[in-house]
Design a protein around this ligand. Structure first.
Ligand SMILES: NC(=O)c1ccc[n+]([C@@H]2O[C@H](COP(=O)([O-])OP(=O)(O)OC[C@H]3O[C@@H](n4cnc5c(N)ncnc54)[C@H](OP(=O)(O)O)[C@@H]3O)[C@@H](O)[C@H]2O)c1
Length: 252
């Protein structure tokens, strides 16, 4: 038997693909042969250019994921542009920082809407398409170390990412028999907009670095291999797992 990580002929939807981890994942999937639908509210030109420069294929779909309004159109537009939708990476996410004693309802709702509610309904729209077409597919949720740990000053983020780990397991249990793999990646501390406040705080930055066995903040290109693996046939018997890509953080 030959193990294949080749995604030629597959179409992958990546949310929040304009920057950070989503950009790294989109580039890796394109590098493995997939056509990538870059979904988000900002210009995707930087990611499109990077993918084109390596000879890959992508197109962009404008969507604000703070509500579930665009989920149906994201799937139909992907199929219209590429002919199929085979892989969904739920990467877009936000974080709000404040002490729990001061945390507002607005910050609670904003994070839960993007990080959890839209992820569920976009996954539902994607799975409905696969089931209607009787096709297999792959869903990869971008979870967090806060799917395993508590953290501080990010109550809605921890609730959303812990919830996302549970949702990953539930959807895997419901959809594995339909040929849909649902898994998650839990990134450790990566150098992106999401963690800028931590890196700018000398004490937090030093404490975080001291605990990472690999000794450095993750770079967006270090997340792509796990995404290619979970998107490929090499992971066909893997369902409901949350795979840490964390430089060894959880092993400490
Ligand atoms: N960096 C880390 O250390 C780390 C660790 C664990 C988990 N994660 C997770 O990894 C994922 C990517 O984060 P990142 O680190 O790459 O941070 P980032 O640079 O802030 O990227 C977040 C992405 O989500 C998009 N997004 C946010 N709200 C959106 C909305 N309403 N509609 C459409 N797109 C929206 C952003 O678009 P805009 O640029 O337009 O805002 C951006 O593309 C997130 O789910 C995050 O929680 C990150």
């Amino acid at each position: 038997m030959t193990i294949s990580f080749d995604l030629t002929g597959k179409t992958a939807i990546v949310t929040g693909a304009n920057t950070g981890l989503g950009q790294g994942i989109a580039a890796a999937l394109a590098g493995a042969g997939a056509t990538v639908a870059l979904v988000g509210r900002s210009s995707m030109s930087e990611t499109e250019a990077a993918i084109a420069a390596m000879g890959g294929k992508s197109f962009s779909i404008k969507a604000d994921l703070s509500s579930i309004a665009p989920v149906g159109e994201i799937i139909s537009e992907t199929i219209r542009m590429a002919g199929s939708a085979d892989i969904l990476v739920n990467n877009a996410g936000i974080i709000k920082r404040a002490d729990s004693l001061d945390f507002t309802e607005a910050d609670w709702d904003a994070v839960m809407d993007v990080n959890l509610k839209t992820v569920f309904f976009l996954s539902q729209a994607f799975a409905r398409h696969l089931v209607a077409e009787n096709k297999p597919g792959k869903i990869i949720n971008i979870a967090s170390l806060l799917s395993f740990q508590g953290g501080i000053r990010i109550p809605s983020y921890t609730a959303s990412k812990s919830g996302l780990a549970g949702l990953t397991r539930l959807l895997a249990c419901e959809w594995a028999s339909k040929g849909i793999n649902v898994n998650a990646i839990a990134p450790g501390y990566f150098d992106t907009n999401n963690t800028e406040a931590l890196r700018n705080d000398p004490d937090r930055n030093a404490a975080i670095l001291a605990r990472i066995p690999a000794g450095h903040w993750g770079q967006p290109e270090e997340i792509g291999g796990a995404a290619v693996f979970l998107a490929s046939s090499a992971s066909n018997y893997i369902h409901g797992t949350v795979l840490p890509v964390d430089g060894g953080w959880l092993a400490r």
